[in-house]
Design a protein around this ligand. Structure first.
Ligand code: F6P
Length: 371
């Protein structure tokens, strides 16, 4: 029987759905019946804390539990019920131009005896995976990000759970907003993509949804709020994506720091919109930043299922030695695409067909694609 070793890691911002993906990749790889059919016995090694595990592992101590964790069927049995990632994650970048540790990563992959690596991540983590793939590592990717902005796949793990958080929070805010006749501005994550705000706003019935793909006018927002108020609304819910901005303004960033991939932490537009509504309409307004609540909690049914399918599909690719690929969901089917296809232009909301630029909300025609 041939013996092979798979490494698996989760990188970048955590989200719900990572643990189910790890569980099902492991179970598929270790399945005794499949092993007999393939005459190949797989072993799976979890790499801790994203790329950090491979950047800081001492090759002289390849079993160091601080950096790696052998994964057995017994160990991952219950993982699909848990949010976050039991492997840990980080935004560490082996190709950080200020401190390039990609050589160490390659060396550690070899010292661990790993012949293929399943990498669960978004644009940054998969970008590293793609470079390692070009350096000869057998890479298979699994897409995850609550931002849902990776091209080449209609779904990225974590998105639906995050939407459920938005809906639950807005439902809670509605009662207090109604009691006090207030406007509530809710800031969602999503970086430069408006999916969380748009689909979270559509799912929760928000009155106004502001997204990064369409710069808004504060005057128009206030007119809409006053229009709603005149027609008898006791309160309003405004959802604003962290990357949204008024026309002519720069995006709102929390501070001047950037992470090892060069990203700023966005945030602050919710407070800006709330005070501009209060000043412009005279209506009492509060703002709330959902922040990392959107990444927390147990995976919803959809993320458990998609994690399962993506995990199984990733193990399939490893078994077929079909490397340099990312599993994907397209047109209702689980499939695989070249990993580089997920690293092109981000997948953003199409404002001509998916957004109503007059009402700042979801589209009001679906079949006609007209507003
Ligand atoms: O990419 C996922 C995401 O949650 C973004 O929506 C958000 O801007 C960012 O990560 C926050 O990153 P951090 O967890 O490093 O604060």
């Amino acid at each position: 029987m041939q013996r092979r070793k798979i490494g698996i890691l989760t990188g970048g911002g955590d989200c719900a759905g990572l643990n189910p993906a790890v569980k099902w990749a492991v179970k598929t790889a270790l399945d005794a019946r499949l092993a007999a059919e393939r005459s190949t016995q797989f072993e799976v090694l979890g790499i801790r804390n994203g790329w950090e595990g491979l950047m800081y592992l001492d090759p002289a101590m390849p079993e160091d539990p601080q950096f790696v964790m052998p994964l057995t069927e017994e160990r991952v049995r219950t993982w699909d019920r848990y949010g976050g990632t039991n492997l840990g994650s980080s935004r560490a970048n082996p190709y950080n131009p200020n401190h390039d540790l990609s050589g160490v990563v390659l060396q550690n992959i070899e010292s661990l005896g790993i012949d293929s690596l399943i990498v669960i991540g978004g644009e940054d983590t998969l970008g590293v995976a793609s470079r390692l793939s070009r350096a000869g590592v057998g890479i298979v990717g699994i897409p995850k990000t609550i931002d849902k902005d990776l091209p080449g796949t209609d779904y990225t793990l974590g998105f639906e759970t995050a939407l459920n958080v938005i809906v639950e929070c807005v439902d809670r805010l509605r009662t207090t907003a109604g009691s006090h006749r207030r406007v509530f501005v809710v800031e969602t994550m999503g970086r430069h993509a408006g999916w969380l705000a748009l689909e979270g706003g559509e799912s929760s019935g928000a009155y106004i949804i502001l997204i990064p793909e369409y710069d808004f006018s504060m005057e128009r927002v206030n007119d809409l709020i006053l229009e709603g108020n005149r027609s008898g609304a006791r309160y309003e819910i405004v959802i604003v994506a962290e990357g949204a901005k008024p026309a002519g303004c720069a995006e709102f960033v929390r501070n001047s720091r950037v992470d090892s991939f060069g990203h700023h932490t966005l945030g602050g537009v919710g407070d800006f919109v709330a005070s501009a509504i209060e000043d412009g309409t005279g209506l009492e307004t509060r703002s709330m930043v959902l922040s990392h609540l959107q990444r927390g909690g147990v995976p919803c049914a959809y993320d458990r299922r998609m994690g399962r399918y993506f995990g199984i599909a990733a193990a399939d690719l490893v078994m077929e030695n079909d490397f340099g690929r990312m599993v994907a969901y397209r047109h209702g089917e689980i499939t695989a695409i070249p990993i580089d296809h997920a690293l092109g232009e981000p997948h953003l909301v199409d404002i001509t067909t998916q957004y109503d630029t007059a009402r700042y909300n979801g589209r009001r025609t679906i079949l006609g694609h007209r507003r």
